[in-house]
Design a protein around this ligand. Structure first.
Ligand code: 87F
Length: 495
């Protein structure tokens, strides 16, 4: 059956599985946690890549390519950082029937692959800043339930790694990238995010601080880290001797950043916008923005309708709009309408006899089924306008959904009530690691209403300390431990 036969608000994981397969985005694969990205999905990744790659090239970042394999010795050079992750590292132990003398790891991230070369290349302050990026796949053999796009054992990403002469320059670049990640989500994917920094407990151990963008899936209130941009301080430069002689010939260690955005972007977009009929694609990331369906009637003058359809396609294509005509004669119009709705195409243009006579097309918006006639003579500028209106409407709708899932809390009771109503919670907080650990444990114990989430945990953790901090009135207490509140922070149950 072509349509989605489960409601999004009844069984989200079944709905998601049907949407990603029936829209021809994902094909399943016989290795758990690995999925085939079909053209309908890969086209979205390519649009995201082009958008972000253009941006970072504007900041003089250059793309390169480093090996995907790393020795055990090299990988464990950053021992204290990797130890938490080592169960996820995949190893090559033999080729053919011959064991390798030493096991070789498949890259889970590339700091330990890139930074020995950085050390060779950076000698003088004139070699700085060094700004490299690579578009690759990475492998992390996670054991939690896999979810296509959201949590997979292999995923595609970009990882940027820069080295700077000063702390200030690295800090500025860290937040510059964080804001470009916000743009990918808000401008391209019509998904709102919160910019912030990770708590000491949640940050990447190798980082001096980790900036992040966070959102939540309105359909189940689960928080999701959307991208991350770390200021590494001199942690890695001291470990890998990435040093340079400054203007006074004094040895200095570089200040570094590293930042990543993955194919999780696609999963977040699907979960935000999809509805009971299937995918709903934001026009800017839609591989096809307009599908023209000529209404063929047996015995009618179909030739005229088909010619008009192809004529309009050529005009729209020339205007830079991604358009196709579905003139297949082995499917009914009704079947085609359903098919392109499941695939989430933003605009459907129907052309029938009546439309021909009135020199118009009938447009249907995927996001809200709005229907309207568009005169052929204004088809180009009207289509561009409609695509922009749909993009803006989708972000507006998403912001409302997101804001409805954010609840303030100043006491433990309020916190748990909101958490158990599947929201993320905004609280005054003491900013202490021990307090966060206590909240994690206590919230897991008291979690209810989330047990039916497939493989998702009940414990709450901090998502981020938002960059924009409202003043905290004198005497305000941490919602959990009662100590003086120093920061406001978002909590949630995450993927
Ligand atoms: O986030 C990013 C952005 C892109 C570049 N890398 C940083 C930090 C990655 C942290 N991380 C994450 N999973 C891992 C898994 C296995 C081994 C090491 C790691 C590891 O270091």
């Amino acid at each position: 059956k072509l349509g989605i036969d489960v409601k999004k608000d009844q069984d989200l994981s079944e709905w998601y599985k049907q949407v990603i397969t029936k829209s021809e985005m994902i094909e399943y694969y016989d290795i758990s946690g690995c999925y085939i990205l079909r053209p309908h999905a890969y086209a979205i990744w390519e649009i995201i890549q082009r958008f972000f790659d253009d941006i970072i090239k504007g900041f003089d970042v250059q793309n390169a390519y480093f090996p995907m394999f790393v020795t055990d010795k090299a990988l464990n050079k950053e021992k204290e950082h990797v130890e938490g992750f080592s169960p996820e590292v995949a190893w090559v132990t033999r080729s053919g029937s011959t064991d390798l003398p030493e096991p070789i790891a498949v890259r889970p991230t590339s700091e330990t692959i890139m930074y020995p070369a950085y050390s060779k290349w950076i000698k003088s302050h004139r070699d700085l800043p060094l700004k490299l990026n690579q578009w690759t796949n990475v492998v992390r053999w996670e054991f939690k339930d896999p979810t296509p796009f959201i949590r997979t054992r292999e995923f595609l990403w970009q990882e940027g790694h820069t080295a700077h002469a000063t702390d200030a320059e690295a800090t500025e670049f860290t937040f510059l990238i964080q804001d470009q990640y916000r743009r990918v989500y808000e401008e391209l994917l019509a998904v709102p995010v919160i910019k912030g920094v990770k708590s000491e407990n949640e940050k990447f151990p190798g980082a001096y601080f980790s900036s992040t963008i966070e959102t939540c899936i309105p359909a189940n209130g689960r928080a999701v880290q959307a991208a991350t941009s770390h200021h590494l301080g001199q942690n890695f430069s001291k470990m890998f001797d990435i040093s340079f002689l400054d203007g006074e010939k004094k040895k200095q260690y570089a200040y570094q950043t590293s930042w990543g955005l993955t194919t999780r972007t696609i999963g977040v977009m699907i979960l935000y916008h999809g509805d009971d009929k299937g995918l709903v694609l934001p026009p800017l990331v839609a591989s096809t923005q307009v599908v023209i369906v000529p209404i063929i009637k047996t015995g009618a003058d179909n030739e005229r309708v088909l010619n008009k359809a192809h004529e309009l396609k050529a005009e729209l294509k020339k205007a830079g709009i991604r358009v196709q005509v579905d003139d297949r004669d082995n499917y009914t119009s009704g079947w085609k309408f359903n098919h392109w709705e499941v695939k989430g195409i933003p605009l459907r243009f129907e052309i029938g006899q009546m439309d021909m006579d009135k020199n118009q097309i009938t447009a249907v918006w995927r996001v809200n089924s709005h229907k309207e006639a568009i005169p052929n003579e204004s088809i180009i500028e009207t289509t561009k306008l409609r695509l922009k209106e749909i993009q803006d409407l989708m972000l507006t709708n998403s912001k409302k959904k997101f804001n409805d899932k954010i609840k303030p809390a100043s006491t433990w009771a309020e916190f748990m009530t909101s958490l158990n109503s599947r929201c993320i919670v905004y609280t005054p907080w003491c900013n202490e690691i021990s307090c966060e650990k206590a909240v994690k444990e206590r919230s897991a114990l008291e979690s209810k209403g989330t047990e039916n989430e497939s493989g998702l945990s009940g414990s709450a953790k901090t998502l981020c300390i938002p960059n924009e901090q409202e003043p905290i009135a004198e005497g305000t207490k941490c919602f959990s431990c009662g100590k003086p509140a120093l920061k406001r922070v978002y909590w949630g149950r995450s993927y």
